[in-house]
Design a protein around this ligand. Structure first.
Ligand SMILES: Nc1ncnc2c1ncn2[C@@H]1O[C@H](COP(=O)(O)OP(=O)(O)OP(=O)(O)O)[C@@H](O)[C@H]1O
Ligand SMILES: [Mg+2]
Length: 336
């Protein structure tokens, strides 16, 4: 593979994706590696090395996509990315006839005879799965259960028999293709109860090794917040603790996610505010960012969320102030 074809994508900022391009993932300066992430990475990598496809399953914001790219970067092969889509058919994965190529020959040699010959050739467009299987790429199939299960049937042979079935229409070769021995696949999925998500077929799940990914541990969340916003440790701790406390309260235990922590921290840094209960900018920002599950936590039809956010801010800030004071006292005693 010619390196000029490769696109370098920082792992923690994954949105760059151009149709048909191959990706060479690379960790950005914001990428955080803690024991929690190292453990997940080592497990996923080992399963891939043995030859299994890995499935990272978990709620929104638990770092599945980022982890998939990080693990893929460790595999060292170029990466092909597919995003699950309800509109997908198998042909979107493997390829299809993209119409006809018309070539025209006009024989004008003998002036009186004008011979015209038209050739219609079927043009086969390989899609990303075919390209990945052929070249031994690491395939990341992000949110694969957004595609309808029947579109994903093509993976059953790819993962088990290492054969990609191509419809007979592919004129340029056989109806099937052997999968390159370096081909590896990482799937990610959101829980079935999420909107727009399908239940994956048992036969496919049976061929994958599923790692259930939950929310990051506290240490990892704090490190991510600091890396992605530039706020200091005390502010990052306060923000993360508020979000973790609210996560435990709501009906939807997966929200607010790390994205809310990062958003609050970035806004604080931008506005020069501090994560303290007496900082009005901080409290306002928390209310705006965190008051998303309004309809879910209610009493007598009224949302309890703004009140809950205020209570949790007070509670966490008081705890953290006490903790900081006792730390200072201990330091003073040691210094004295
Ligand atoms: N190791 C890490 N270092 C730095 N940032 C990270 C790391 N892991 C995840 N993040 C950040 O956390 C956020 C959530 O991560 P990611 O998008 O990978 O989660 P996800 O589980 O794929 O979420 P969704 O299901 O909504 O797609 C992103 O902003 C991402 O950049
Ligand atoms: Mg994702």
């Amino acid at each position: 593979m010619d390196n000029h074809d490769l696109k370098i994508v920082p792992v923690a900022a994954l949105r760059v994706q151009t149709e048909g391009d191959t990706i060479l993932p690379e960790a950005s300066s914001e990428f955080v590696l803690t024991p929690y992430i190292e453990d997940l990475t080592a497990r996923a990598l080992a399963y891939l090395e043995v030859g299994y496809a890995v499935h990272l399953a978990g709620p929104a914001g638990t770092g599945k996509t980022t982890l998939a790219f990080h693990v893929a970067s460790k595999v060292g092969q170029p990466v092909t990315l597919i995003n699950g889509d309800d509109e997908f058919a198998s042909s979107d994965l493997v390829g299809r006839d993209s119409g006809y190529r018309k070539s025209k020959l006009i024989d004008n040699y003998i002036h009186s005879v004008l011979r015209t010959e038209e050739n219609m050739n079927t043009v086969w467009m390989d899609n990303r799965l075919t390209t990945a299987c052929q070249n031994g790429h690491t395939l990341i199939y992000d949110e694969f259960n957004r595609s309808r299960p029947e579109a994903n049937n093509v993976f059953l042979n790819v993962l088990e028999e290492k054969i990609l079935n191509l419809p007979g229409l592919r004129r340029s070769g056989e109806g099937y293709m052997e999968v390159h021995p370096n081909f590896r696949a990482i799937f990610t999925s959101n829980p079935e109860e999420y909107a727009g998500v399908h239940k994956a077929q048992d036969a496919l799940i049976d061929r994958l090794i599923t790692i259930n990914v939950g929310h990051f541990d506290r240490e990892t969340e704090i490190s991510i917040v600091m890396a992605k916003s530039g706020v200091g440790l005390p502010d990052a701790e306060t923000i993360v603790d508020i979000v973790r406390e609210l996560r435990g309260l709501g009906v939807n235990n997966s929200r607010p996610t790390i994205r809310a922590c990062v958003a609050i921290a970035r806004i604080l840094a931008h506005r020069g505010a501090c994560a303290q209960a007496n900082d009005l900018v901080f409290r306002r920002t928390c209310r705006d960012v965190l008051d998303v599950d309004t309809a879910r936590v209610t009493r007598n039809g009224h949302s309890l969320m703004p009140q809950k956010v205020e209570e949790v801010i007070q509670k966490v800030c008081t705890q953290e102030m006490k903790h900081a004071r006792s730390q200072n006292k201990r330091r003073d005693r040691r210094g004295a």
